[in-house]
Design a binder for this molecule. Structure first.
Ligand SMILES: [Zn+2]
Length: 301
């Protein structure tokens, strides 16, 4: 197993000593559980009464928070409710999932060996682990606006850093680029002028998908704008799959049969999922004018 900076045992130390017997480990976890309760209860109570000096000192720089506390108590209270709910969810996860599958989580604490790299949109409605049921350790996930993969020649960015690590170090066997209906990033791409010089971070990012936009405009200009966006959402996934092949170290693994590239599309309006695989053999000989070839298309409804 490769050891590297994003997920090796050298970085992620196990929560509990592996040499401990299960009983003592669990009792150790109970101790930590209690400590968490105390810490968080302390935090919650500190919102109602004076902060302990130590906490207060660490928060003195947060002027905005303190100001909000004085002038907008309802907002702070609402925020605390959100974290209170989050805390309960976390503690339920710990009790019902983590401690119930302790051996599995202890193994994961030593190393990860996911078979999938999933590239998904940052949209709050399309969490791939939630929709596709990936369990901890099964998928290395990178999320960005509109689930785009820039080509190799664009240079370094967060997405291709994740690509490099998951392909070369983790040696994932599958890459799934998964898009979705009503994608705001794709709509921004479709809405922007191609020669727009009034740049924004969003426009600068989504223009990675400009080839998909051009194909959509060429093939689907008779459709409504909403339908064109939907067309582009799928076209952009294939554009990203082809962009993956511009990374030499990635293409060589695909050519050797060690890595497969897949597209996926989640329609959350009618809750369906479409999945397909890029046919590398045909695409490796493709002409620009011919387009791309896909295989193994499935429609889950
Ligand atoms: Zn999106």
């Amino acid at each position: 197993m490769a050891q590297s900076i994003l997920g090796s045992s050298a970085v992620y130390k196990p929560e509990f000593p592996r040499s401990s017997a299960a009983t003592s480990t669990i009792s150790g976890s109970k101790l930590k559980f209690w400590e968490i309760e105390q810490t968080q209860l302390g935090f919650l109570s500190s919102c109602k009464i004076n902060l302990p000096l130590r906490l207060k000192a660490s928060r003195e720089g947060l002027g905005l928070v303190q100001e909000s506390k004085e002038t907008k108590p309802n907002l702070i209270s609402k925020s605390n409710d959100s974290f209170s709910e989050m805390r309960n969810r976390f503690l339920s996860f710990k009790k019902d999932k983590y401690l119930e599958n302790l051996e599995c989580y202890q193994e994961l604490a030593q190393a990860q060996a996911p078979k999938f790299l999933v590239i998904s949109c940052a949209d709050s409605r399309v969490c791939p682990s939630y929709i596709l049921g990936f369990q901890p350790g099964e998928a290395f996930v990178v999320r960005n606006v509109a689930n785009l993969v820039p080509p190799f020649e664009n240079g370094p960015c967060e997405t291709n850093a994740a690509l490099e690590f998951s392909v070369n170090d983790l040696q994932v066997e599958n890459i799934l680029v998964t898009g979705h209906s009503c994608c705001g990033g794709i709509r921004a791409l479709m809405s922007m002028d191609d020669d727009d010089k009034n740049s924004s971070f969003i426009k600068n990012w989504v223009k990675v998908g400009k080839a998909a936009k051009s194909t959509t405009k060429a093939n689907a200009s008779n459709l409504s704008f909403d339908q064109q966006c939907k067309h582009c959402e799928k076209e952009s996934i294939n554009n990203s799959l082809l962009n993956l092949l511009t990374y030499p170290w990635l293409e060589s693994r695909v050519a050797e049969g060690l890595l497969s590239l897949h597209g996926g599309y989640y329609d959350f309006v009618d809750c369906t999922y479409e999945k397909w695989t890029l046919d590398y053999q045909k695409n490796s000989q493709r002409q620009e004018s011919v387009g791309y070839a896909i295989k193994n298309r499935e429609f889950w409804s």
